[in-house]
Design a protein around this ligand. Structure first.
Ligand SMILES: C[S@@+](CC[C@H](N)C(=O)[O-])C[C@H]1O[C@@H](n2cnc3c(N)ncnc32)[C@H](O)[C@@H]1O
Length: 367
């Protein structure tokens, strides 16, 4: 039996404020971005907001320096060096200046004419590459400066956008590929980001208890996370861990709606699970994935032909996808459409008719 809570009190995750020197600020004002890259104690470099950034604001749109396939044949060091040799010297220096955790033991440490050796190049790639288009990694030099925050501590989300189709006259097979031809990354503010606080993203699905998050980050990224969530006092960590586990269980329980009949759950139970998820994630100050959750709820509501609930959940999904992926993103636009045309939802009427229920009143009151 799922009990729906009233508006929970969110965890307080106070981000540190950083002093930005006048020279750095002056240089930053000339660039179009609302942040500067500067030294962050214990984290190397990081991105700090130079003004208040609004929730859902597009912070940055960035092309890759280069991309590589995730699955490769042959020597990865040679592959990175080959990619670097195709770059301009300016782009190559941007890559060389990125941080990296270590050299691998194998290979030669001799720098060639590219100004970097194979093991270092590979280490920079491993520390900074993010997945871009399906099956590809990319180096996005400004996004690469974002440090990691767990759960409710991260406030910015990057997302890949495929290339915008060009009119036929502008595409030529003879021409060199432009960076835009590959697609680009957009970075949005998931939460309001106050001036002088750090922009943090998440390097992995961090809704796990702290010890598991720590192990993962140490193993894959070679650092001990000191984000606001990981730095909470022990008693609060315990409560946070319990909420993270509950969120995970709720997600698993929601998955049971896909099973019709025995072993499955009914549509109204699925919606209670989602309302409960929302309450637990609110208490944890974890706002990511709300677009997806509300979109799942809209799916359940549409399948059971609950018009009112489909409208409410799809509207909510459109707002939260808008914060996380951009109001112009396909998911935000599609959900906006379903909010006005619930019967147009692809799942409409695919299950028995049932009033499943709308978002808890405190969720709607907070919009
Ligand atoms: C993609 S880079 C981020 C930018 C980097 N700090 C720099 O100086 O360019 C990833 C590296 O940043 C550091 N880092 C990121 N998040 C951190 C955190 N929460 N705590 C400590 N170090 C962190 C780690 O050294 C990690 O390997």
């Amino acid at each position: 039996m799922v009990v729906v809570e009233d508006s929970p009190t969110p965890l307080r995750l106070e981000p540190p404020r950083y002093k930005i020197s006048p020279e750095v600020l002056l240089a930053a004002n000339e660039s179009a971005t609302p942040f500067v890259v500067m030294k962050i104690p214990g984290r190397g470099m990081g991105a700090v907001a130079i003004r208040d950034i609004k929730q859902g604001e597009l912070i940055l749109r960035e092309n890759p320096l280069f991309t590589l396939p995730l699955k490769i044949d042959g020597d990865p060091e040679e592959l990175v060096l080959a990619a670097l040799s195709n770059l301009s010297s300016n782009a190559r220096s941007q890559f060389i200046n990125l941080s990296h955790h270590s050299h691998s033991k194998s290979g030669s440490n001799t720098e060639d004419e590219l100004g970097i050796d194979g093991p270092t190049a590979l280490s920079i790639l491993q520390t900074n590459a993010i997945s871009a288009s399906p099956g590809n990694l990319g180096i996005f030099p400004q996004i690469a400066r974002l440090n990691h925050g767990c759960g409710g501590a991260f406030n910015a989300v990057y997302n890949f956008r495929p290339p915008i189709a060009k009119p036929e006259a502008e595409t030529s097979t003879d021409e060199e590929q432009e960076p835009e031809d590959f697609g680009f990354m957009v970075l949005h503010a998931l939460k309001p980001i106050p001036a002088n606080t750090e922009l943090l993203t998440t390097y992995f699905t961090s809704r796990l208890p702290r010890s598991q998050r720590r192990d993962y980050l140490l193993q894959h990224y070679h650092f001990a996370c000191d984000c606001a969530l990981c730095s909470l006092p022990e008693a609060e960590i315990k409560e946070s861990d319990a909420r993270m586990e509950e969120v995970d269980e709720l997600r698993k329980r929601l998955g049971l709606w896909a099973t019709e009949g025995e072993g499955g759950i009914e549509g109204d139970d699925a919606i209670r699970v989602i309302n409960k998820y929302w309450a637990v994630s609110e208490a944890e100050a974890y706002w990511s994935e709300r677009g997806q959750m509300a979109s799942d709820a809209a799916h359940v509501a549409a399948a059971h032909s609950d018009r009112l609930a489909t409208t409410a959940w799809a509207g909510l999904a459109s707002i939260w996808y808008g914060y996380e992926l951009g109001a112009d993103s396909d998911p935000a636009q599609a959900m906006g459409y379903f909010a006005y045309n619930p019967e147009g939802h692809f799942a409409w009427g695919t299950r028995k008719e049932l009033v499943v229920g709308s978002p808890s009143p405190w969720i709607l009151a907070g919009l």
